[in-house]
Design a protein around this ligand. Structure first.
Ligand code: SF4
Ligand code: SF4
Length: 89
């Protein structure tokens, strides 16, 4: 099974309150923008040269928190029961 198919089998119970906050001021000083390439869910996108973030499809992998060179990300798990529910079979 391909990774895309596996991810499609997951269920999201999206928390209206984002569990990740991104400091746009710090993003404006970031030249490398690794989040655009390394977020597996493509939660970070570029629009008019500004990095935009949406939490809805987040896989809760924690990658963005580790690789952000500016410390721009405040990361928490969604409240209990919310967020991604992995289906493994
Ligand atoms: S890596 Fe961090 S600072 Fe750079 S654009 Fe992404 S979230 Fe913003
Ligand atoms: S935790 Fe993972 S999936 Fe969620 S926004 Fe960060 S890199 Fe993307």
């Amino acid at each position: 099974m391909r990774i895309e198919e596996l991810l499609q089998s997951n269920v999201y119970d999206v928390d209206e309150k984002p569990h990740i906050k991104v400091d746009q001021e710090k993003c404006s000083k970031c030249n490398s923008r690794p989040c655009l390439l390394l977020c597996p869910a493509r939660c970070y996108t570029l629009m008019d040269e500004k990095v935009m973030f949406s939490h809805e499809g987040c896989l809760e992998c924690g990658t963005c928190r580790l690789i952000c060179p500016e410390g721009a990300i405040e990361w928490n798990y969604p409240v209990s029961g919310k967020g991604i529910h992995y289906r493994f079979g």
